[in-house]
Design a protein around this ligand. Structure first.
Ligand code: CP3
Length: 346
């Protein structure tokens, strides 16, 4: 069965008959059927904690576009919530958390009841592993400690993560305590997902790019290395994809130190540089601009072929450079998927 799965073959560095593909944020608001489900599910978090709904919305994009991988429907912020932090998603505002920005508040977080809180997510993974098509691989995921910490400390998203970068300098020991807790919680969370049937793990470090180089080593590379080691101790062959968005020329160091299986590369990475400096180290996933997927047309088609021509010579998985945005026309996703499926590897 495993041999049917192109995505797993590519992650092993093997050649495939076609280029495997999936899209970050492939489930969600650009799909009318998601919006329909969301009406009856209540809030976004209710959707994440209801296995019936979460399984259904995970499968929705596969029915339309037949991707090589399904990604568990959940959110990176369920982890801080399971550690006891208050979390809400407000309409048009994104996530809102009660900031954890002092030693005292950090110390109040705890793993008591952590797995009980996340039990519905584990059940969703288990059901998906039985329900996805046999050629499709199931991806489990979590946020990387740095990115999750940026939301925990500031209490919401921010363009520069200033509050968190400042705390990391001003109260380094306290911040280290928070990162250590997130390494432990995230490792345990992902181990459970693997035990319930996740075949691949992706770890999102959306805000890694804003860290200066020494801080990048400390808060993006080091915690990621620990999580990879923790997962591999129990599951030596589990493929792990890292997404240190904005890492730039630090991708090679990130790959060699953390030991990830593959990396997702963001939209800013020059294709030839990826081919020459990253692909020799590990399989690569990426990197169409999600806004070009909104624009569509010949312009999108040209760029998709450029990406495929440049990167299909090595182990490659087609993806976006960041997540699908809500205003994306579903027909453009159909067009993109068809181009990839029809592409002849040279
Ligand atoms: O389809 C999939 O990729 C699986 C599900 C998934 C979601 N979030 C669902 C979601 C995944 C993998 C994520 C990851 C995630 N969540 C990240 C890392 C990847 C990235 O995009 O950078 C981050 C930073 C978050 C935190 C988060 N969740 C924010 C900032 C927001 C608000 C912004 C927005 O897009 O609305 C969310 C909400 C969210 N997560 C939605 C979905 C489908 C929208 C919620 C809704 O339906 O209203």
């Amino acid at each position: 069965m495993i041999n049917n799965k192109r995505f797993l073959q590519a992650l092993k560095g093997k050649s495939t008959d076609k280029i495997p593909f999936w899209y970050m944020r492939q489930a969600g608001r650009y799909l009318p059927e998601y919006m329909e489900r969301r009406k009856t599910a209540g809030s976004f978090l209710d959707l994440c904690y209801s296995p019936d709904f979460a399984v259904e919305v995970t499968l929705q994009p596969l029915r339309r576009y037949n991707m090589d991988a399904a990604i568990l429907f959940s959110d990176i912020l369920v982890v801080p919530q399971a550690l006891g932090q208050h979390l809400e998603f407000r309409q048009g505002e994104g996530p809102v958390l009660t900031p954890v920005d002092t030693a005292e508040k950090i110390n109040r977080l705890s793993m008591n009841g952590f797995h009980e809180h996340l039990a519905p997510v584990y059940e969703t993974v288990n059901r998906l592993s039985k329900e996805i098509p046999e050629t499709t691989s199931l991806i489990g995921f979590a946020g990387a400690p740095w990115t999750v910490a940026t939301y925990m400390v500031q209490g919401h998203g921010s363009p520069d993560q200033a509050a968190t970068r400042a705390l990391a300098f001003q109260q380094e020991d306290d911040f280290q305590g928070l990162i250590d807790l997130l390494v432990k919680a995230t490792s345990e969370y992902l181990l459970r997902q693997i035990e319930k049937g996740a075949e691949v793990i992706q770890i999102f470090d959306t805000w890694a790019g804003n860290l200066p180089d020494d801080q990048f080593r400390k808060w993006a590379i080091e915690p990621m290395k620990q999580i990879v080691d923790n997962l591999r101790q129990k599951h030596p062959d589990i493929p792990i994809i890292g997404f240190p968005r904005g890492a730039g020329c630090r991708y090679p160091e990130y790959i060699s130190v953390t030991g990830v299986t593959a990396v997702s590369v963001d939209t800013t990475m020059p294709l030839e540089w990826v081919r020459d400096h990253i692909q020799p180290l590990c399989p690569v996933q990426g990197n169409l601009d999600p806004l070009l997927l909104v624009a569509g047309g010949d312009q999108m088609e040209r760029r998709v072929l450029e990406i495929l021509d440049c990167l299909s010579g090595g182990p490659f998985i087609f993806n976006l450079g960041h997540g699908i945005v809500p205003q994306t026309p579903p027909e453009n996703v159909a067009r993109l998927s068809k181009i990839i499926q029809e592409y002849q590897i040279k």
